[in-house]
Structures are given as structure tokens and as C-alpha cells.
Design a protein around this ligand. Structure first.
Ligand SMILES: *Cc1c(COP(=O)(O)O)cnc(C)c1O
Length: 413
């Protein structure tokens, strides 16, 4: 890869993003004036608090004693043997409390909000995973929590709605437009503007205006820091390859960020190809999008003819976003990370295979990463290694899988 010649210079990871929140040309903060100062206040507070030893200590305490970190790295030997190629290792974020990586940044954001004197967390949620993780953090830290959710999604994702309510959060329906994720974001921004003093807007991935792409990455970077040490202890080496699924991009950047300077490590981000490569059938932003603007920042974006965010589709609702984190957009342009796709069928096959060979039911999102690793492994020598971020567990997906694939895999009559 020719661009690797100048890798260190191009990455400048320690200084990334710029003070204004840019990763190359991507990122930034494009907001109405009223929101600009409110979000600016979060950036200032984060800058002030992030290196405070007592903040780091408190967050680390919660990671260890509440979430159950460090999450293990597991050598998926049965799966590797079956494929007959490279050795697949799994970073088990599915074993975290609440069942995915999202708790890592929710605890960070909730702690920051508390230090800023805020009393309420607000956020949008699509499938409800971010809402549940945030409601969990709010309950733990004694904060109120309002989750905005499209009316359509409230019906579709009812178990998560109930979870949020059990945890004491209020689920507020977005009733305009298509009544899904985009409208939920609109409603949450509107509510935030009405009361930016007591509320804190907690974005659920490495997207949105600065400082969120940086802040959420920093909170997720614990995945890569742990995994690097764990993998070294198990094998004496660095992994040859990393694989993670990319929705907004938080679990992947969490793993990747510890390895960006390690030129021997090949890095792969996996996006959902849904049912086909036609616009509207997938959510493979980095493969098929072009630079554009969404939710206050610049990134690769799937667009319709008018340049508006295009409709997206995948069996993994957590990957269902037409934009992507600005740092991923930059890492694509400098060729440091390879972005590729896995479709619905490949993901469901990997979901079943991992369950049957290793006794691990992955989230459908994570199954995209597993599927890609399986494809890669099969064509590689046995001494090569692939470290996969298993971002979440699949309990949330089993009803859907039975309904759609029950016959195919002998799990329904
Ligand atoms: C939300 C989610 C994702 C996608 O979000 P990223 O920000 O790209 O990590 C992936 N896996 C699981 C289990 C999720 O819940």
C-alpha cells in the first residue's frame, strides 16, 4: 500500500482531530447558532475533565466493577479449524453488562454530564440499543433520561422500549415524517434547544458535530487498548488482521485506534450490503457514498439524486445509518483501513455458524464482522491471525431470526 510510506505523518493520531474537530476534510460542527454554543460547552467541558485523574479513576472503576471489564479475548478454535485457514480470535464485547460495547461510551458521557452539573440525559435511538445503554447509565448515576424514538420504531422494537421504561427512562415518540431514526434526531435536537442548561445530549456513536466523534472514540478506545495487551499475552505477537463492523463506527474505531500506527496490522471495516448494492437496499456508506453533510458534520454519505440522505436497509438495525464517522471517512481516504461489505445472507450464515461451532450467539451487527473474518480466514495460512470485535450479543435478534430464517436453519417447525 503506497500510502503507508507516509503513514505516521498522515495519521497524526495524537493531534487528531484538529481543534475544530476535523479529520482531514471530514467532521467539523455545522449547527444552527443556538446549538453551536451549547455543543461548544460540551467540547470545553470534555477538554477540561478528560484528563482529570479522579474522572478517569471513577470511569475505570465502573468499567471494572459494573460493566465487567476487561472483556476477554477468545480463540475461536472450532471455527478456525472448520475453515482450515487463519486463526480467528474474538474480543468479547458481547459479555459486557447490557450486552454490547455501547455501555462504554454511555458511562463516559453520563459521568461527564454529571460533572457538568446536568440532571438529565437525552438521546435519540433507532432500534433502542443506545437508548437502553444510556437509560442504564442514567439509572446508575441518578440522572433523569429522556429517549426520543420514532413512533414506527417504538412499535417495532417494543422489548427495548419496555427495558428503557423499567430502567426509569421516559420514551418520547417522534410523530412527524417517516417516524423513524431521522425524526427522532430532529425531536431530540429540538428538545435539547429548549433546555440546554439541565440536559445533556448523549450521541450514540462516533458521529454528529465535534466533539462527539472524538469523545465517543476516546471512550471506546478501551477495547483496543485491552485487546492489544490480551492478544500479546496469548500469542506473543500483534494480530495480523483486525475486523469490525461499521455502523456509525464506534466499536470499530474503539478497536482500531490502538493499532493505527502498527503498520504490520491490516485493518478491515465491514459495512452491511443488505439485500443488494442498489441504493436503498444497503447501508454501505464508505463503499457507495460520497462526501456530504448529515446531522451537523461532514462525512461519506449515501445520497439520493438531490443530495439528501438516502434510505438504507440491512438486517442489522444497529448498522442502519446513511452517514459514518468522520475519522473512518479519513482513514478510507488515506488507505489505512480497508472498507468492504457483507450482505444479509452472509451475516445470518455467520450468526448460525458461530452459535453452533462456538456456543456464542452474536448480534446481527457483529455477525457481519464474523462473516468477513470467515471469508478471509479460509484463504489464509494457518499461522495468520484475525482479531474480530464481537460488538454485542444476539439475544435481541432471536425473535427476528426465528421469524425470517426459522425454516432454513431448523429452528422452527
Ligand atoms: C449499535 C451497534 C453497532 C453499530 O454501531 P457502531 O457505532 O458502528 O459500533 C454494532 N454492534 C452492536 C452490537 C450495536 O449495538
Amino acid at each position: 500500500m503506497e500510502s503507508k510510506v507516509n503513514l505516521k505523518e498522515q495519521l497524526r493520531v495524537e493531534n487528531m482531530p484538529t481543534k475544530e474537530g476535523y479529520f482531514g476534510e471530514y467532521g467539523g460542527k455545522f449547527l444552527p447558532a443556538a446549538l453551536e454554543s451549547v455543543i461548544g460547552e460540551i467540547a470545553e467541558a470534555y477538554d477540561r475533565i478528560k484528563d482529570d485523574p479522579s474522572f478517569k479513576e471513577e470511569l475505570m472503576y465502573l468499567h471494572q466493577h459494573y460493566t465487567g471489564r476487561p472483556s476477554p479475548v477468545f480463540h475461536a478454535k472450532n471455527l478456525s479449524d472448520e475453515l482450515g485457514g487463519a486463526q480467528i480470535y474474538l474480543k468479547r464485547e458481547d459479555l459486557n453488562h447490557t450486552g454490547a460495547h455501547k455501555i462504554n461510551h454511555c458511562l463516559g458521557e453520563a459521568l461527564l454530564a454529571k460533572r457538568m452539573g446536568k440532571t438529565k440525559l437525552i438521546a435519540e435511538t433507532g432500534a433502542g440499543q443506545h437508548g437502553v445503554a444510556l437509560a442504564t447509565a442514567a439509572a446508575l448515576l441518578g440522572l433523569e433520561c429522556d429517549i426520543y424514538m420514532g413512533e414506527v420504531d417504538i412499535k417495532k422494537e417494543y422489548p427495548n422500549v419496555v427495558r428503557m421504561r423499567i430502567l426509569g427512562a421516559k420514551v418520547i415518540p417522534a410523530t412527524h415524517g417517516l417516524k423513524t431514526l431521522k425524526e427522532a434526531v430532529d425531536a431530540a435536537f429540538e428538545a435539547y434547544l429548549k433546555d440546554p442548561v439541565t440536559q445533556f445530549y448523549a450521541i450514540g456513536s462516533v458521529v454528529g458535530p465535534h466533539p462527539f466523534p472524538m469523545m465517543v472514540r476516546d471512550f471506546q478506545s478501551i477495547i483496543g487498548i485491552e485487546a492489544k495487551a490480551q492478544f500479546r499475552e496469548m500469542t506473543g505477537k500483534l494480530p495480523d488482521n483486525l475486523v469490525a463492523c461499521v455502523g456509525g463506527g464506534s466499536n470499530s474505531i474503539g478497536l482500531f485506534s490502538a493499532f493505527l500506527h502498527d503498520e504490520s496490522v491490516n485493518i478491515f471495516g465491514v459495512e452491511p450490503a443488505g439485500t443488494s448494492f442498489k441504493t436503498g437496499d444497503h447501508a454501505a456508506t464508505l463503499s457507495f457514498g460520497k462526501p456530504g453533510m448529515i446531522h451537523g458534520f461532514k462525512c461519506y454519505l449515501l445520497q439520493d439524486e438531490e443530495g439528501q440522505p438516502a434510505p438504507v436497509n440491512t438486517i442489522a438495525s444497529g448498522l442502519d445509518y446513511p452517514g459514518v464517522g468522520p475519522q473512518h471517512s479519513y482513514l478510507k481516504d488515506i488507505n489505512r483501513v480497508n472498507y468492504d461489505t457483507i450482505n444479509d445472507q452472509e451475516a445470518i450464515d455467520a450468526f448460525i455458524k458461530l452459535a453452533r461451532l462456538e456456543g456464542i450467539i452474536p448480534a446481527l451487527e457483529s455477525a457481519h464482522a464474523v462473516a468477513y473474518a470467515m471469508k478471509m480466514a479460509a484463504g489464509m495460512p494457518k499461522d495468520q491471525t484475525i482479531l474480530v470485535n464481537l460488538s454485542g450479543r444476539g439475544d435481541k435478534d432471536i425473535d427476528y431470526v426465528v421469524e425470517r430464517f426459522g425454516k432454513e436453519f431448523n429452528i422452527s417447525e
